[in-house]
Design a protein around this ligand. Structure first.
Ligand SMILES: [Mg+2]
Length: 375
């Protein structure tokens, strides 16, 4: 391939909106409905454009512009450290240059059909905190779960930990349990139910929760408490003793440096580092495969992340599920990705296959972003 030079970098946040207001988790009362999705677009000297989620600032963009794609990207290792501020845009560009979807770059295979990536709905937050009555609260979350099922989801994640801050401990735990049981009842036996405490439990509360919901067949418990040798070891041992077949998932946000070692020791089953380190995942995923640890990147407020995460399923054997946060963003067309029967149908299009409306993006760049160019 001839040298490909990046002559222009443009950046702007686009306006994103969730399907409905996302309320609380264990430590916040509302995530709101609107969010900003930062997008960088790169243009090569030949005029080819690619784009992706990026938090690059003007100073960094100024220091990079004019670089050679071949210096920044390696087919096996992905984006080099100095260029990680453009991680996803450069993966998109790699796909466009090769005229292949990113998942094919990762698998090294040419797929004859579109990729189907397993996914779960992540929208069952604590929308019930203003309600006094537990039954009413449980019905509300169950009705939301049913709506998610009509959009094609078969796996559902419920936020728990109401008693960490929003309600007294005992009342919060009682409502968490009631909600889980109501969702199970509404969805039936086939649905996969995940629960996420955002570190709002402790070891004893986690044990109590799983004892009282043993008949709800929970697939994984995520961040029951901040991961530690002191608690995760005994927790896993207890699960085994109880015969509870529940996976322990952890790793989003500020994870312990010991997380991977804990996983290697069998204390954590599913690793959930953020999707926005796409290259990190490309490197880490196969290593986790080799030691039989499951992968499920954390993704929140990231319409772009919904779509990008799917591609990792092409390169990581033990890829569990995409965390799907239903949303739209003005100027970004993701309609080629569709959900059916618990999977995302991933388009067989170059790069990540998403479309950016040039007029909307350029207006956003003028209003609140920047352009740096080499010329
Ligand atoms: Mg989480």
């Amino acid at each position: 391939m001839n040298e490909v030079r990046i002559d222009r970098i443009e950046w702007a946040p686009l306006n994103g909106r969730r399907a409905r207001e996302a309320r609380g988790n264990a430590y916040t009362r509302s995530h709101g409905q609107d969010f900003l999705m930062p997008i960088a677009r790169v243009t090569t000297s030949d005029g080819l454009m690619a784009f992706g989620w990026s938090r690059i600032d003007r100073q960094k963009a100024d220091s990079l512009v004019g670089f050679s794609f071949q210096d920044a990207f390696h087919p096996q290792r992905g984006v080099s450290t100095d260029y990680l501020a453009l991680d996803m845009p450069l993966w998109d560009l790699a796909g466009k240059l090769a005229d292949r979807p990113v998942y094919e770059l990762l698998s090294g295979e040419t797929n004859t059909t579109a990729l189907r990536a397993p996914c779960y709905d992540t929208s069952l937050l604590m929308d019930d905190l203003d309600l006094e009555d537990d039954d009413e609260a449980a019905s509300l979350i169950a009705s939301e779960a049913v709506k998610c099922a009509t959009r094609g989801h078969r796996s559902f994640k419920i936020k728990i930990g109401r008693g960490a801050m929003h309600m007294p401990v005992e009342e919060g735990l009682r409502r968490d349990i009631r909600v889980i049981k109501a969702v199970r009842e509404a969805l039936g036996a086939e649905a996969r139910i995940l629960i996420d405490a955002n570190n709002g439990y402790n070891l004893n509360l986690a044990k109590r929760m799983l004892t009282e919901t043993a008949d709800a067949d929970i697939y994984w418990i995520e961040e029951p408490f901040h991961e530690s040798w002191q608690w995760n070891g005994p927790f896993k041992k207890w699960l085994q003793q109880q015969g509870l077949d529940v996976l322990v998932a952890d790793g989003e946000g500020v994870a312990s440096e010991q997380l991977l070692t804990m996983a290697e020791n069998g204390f954590i089953d599913v690793v959930q580092y953020d999707i926005f380190g796409f290259t990190d995942w490309v490197v880490l995923g196969p290593k986790l495969d080799a030691i039989n640890i499951r992968t499920a990147p954390h993704n929140y407020a990231g319409l772009y992340g919904n779509c990008a995460a799917c591609h990792l399923a092409g390169g990581i054997r033990r890829f569990e599920m995409v965390e799907w946060d239903e949303a739209s963003a003005t100027g970004l067309d993701a309609s080629v990705y569709s959900i059916a029967d618990g999977h995302v149908n991933v388009p067989r299009l170059p790069g990540f296959g998403l479309q950016l409306d040039p007029d909307v993006f350029q207006q956003a760049v003028r209003d609140r972003g920047f352009t740096v160019s080499n010329t």
